[in-house]
Design a protein around this ligand. Sequence first.
Ligand SMILES: Cc1cc2nc3c(=O)[nH]c(=O)nc-3n(C[C@H](O)[C@H](O)[C@H](O)COP(=O)(O)OP(=O)(O)OC[C@H]3O[C@@H](n4cnc5c(N)ncnc54)[C@H](O)[C@@H]3O)c2cc1C
Length: 342
Amino acid sequence: MSEPVLADLTTLRVGGAASRLLTATTTDDLVAHALDAFDDHEWLVLGGGSNLLVADQGFDGTVVLVRTTGVDAERDADGVTVRVAAGEPWDPFVATTVANGWTGLEALSGIPGTVGASPVQNIGAYGVELADVLTRVEFLDAATGERAWVPAAELALGYRTSTLKHGRRGVVLTVEFRLGFAGEQGVPVRYAQLAGSLGVDLGALVPPSTVRDEVLRLRGSKGMVLDGDDHDTWSAGSFFTNPIVSPAFAETLPTDAPRWPAGDDVKLSAAWLIEHAGVHRGYAVPGSRAAISSKHTLALTNRGGATAAQVAELARFVQVTVLNRFGVSLVPEPVVVGDLLG
Ligand SMILES: Cc1cc2nc3c(=O)[nH]c(=O)nc-3n(C[C@H](O)[C@H](O)[C@H](O)COP(=O)(O)OP(=O)(O)OC[C@H]3O[C@@H](n4cnc5c(N)ncnc54)[C@H](O)[C@@H]3O)c2cc1C
């Protein structure tokens, strides 16, 4: 049997072979495969591969592919508690919640990947993040081999981060959400660009299906909904997080650089910094098949036939250019497998 190639299992479509691939279609299988994988010298849990940059050398270890299914909902007077198997694809699950009139996830429509990966970087978009509705995860801890429910409060969920992304190793088996009901009023629009395109005020109430439709439309226009025919979507989404800097440092930047409060600090726009450092949409290092998306400055894309090394070269070029121009270090958002970005 030939070795499984990770380029076939990631949305950037780069990455070499894994030594071994175990596919789990039930939660019991997932536990068994994960416990087996934990004994290997290297292991990786793989969902939709939409937040991964895997080296061309591949992965010398066991990959556990999460393809478990199942959605279980309990309604009460105030809302609905939903428990979802880790392998359920994210967006079809969101579509189900919207169709059922359950609220809270509609602004997260169109994000690729699996439900099990959603807490890993506390996915977010259009003014909403997973932490707003996540109650707990069922987790198989690699350190102890134990399976237990872990409350969201223990995951240190933050802007594109959690303990699961940074050090707490194991497998999310099930994710539990607490959602509301739409009722007559609808849900508040929490993002200025979304409000603008809907033609309503920020905070206005609209039906969840309206939010979902508009988010999908906006995301589609930016290449942020997967489409095999469109190379602008052969990406890992936003490749860099928005930098968070001190107010004193923010003062040193041009006055027209967008900025938002982030606790006591200031969040900057990575896209603005990249563009104003002179790296524009569509840019590719000469001879490379990796390029900035033609629709979104933050997405590094595979134009067909790119290598992971080319994606990493482009990432480093962007980082160095922004560092030299503005003194800001851009931090990659995807999980990097292999020695690529130093
Ligand atoms: C076009 C595009 C648009 C995107 N837009 C957004 C966006 O708007 N907002 C946003 O936040 N993200 C966005 N992303 C990033 C990505 O879709 C999310 O991070 C998503 O949650 C990743 O899910 P996945 O199943 O593909 O994870 P993978 O890429 O398979 O894995 C990502 C990480 O999570 C770990 N992991 C996966 N499953 C599990 C599990 N069950 N248990 C433990 N660890 C696990 C992996 O080991 C890896 O470290 C986008 C990506 C693309 C390609």
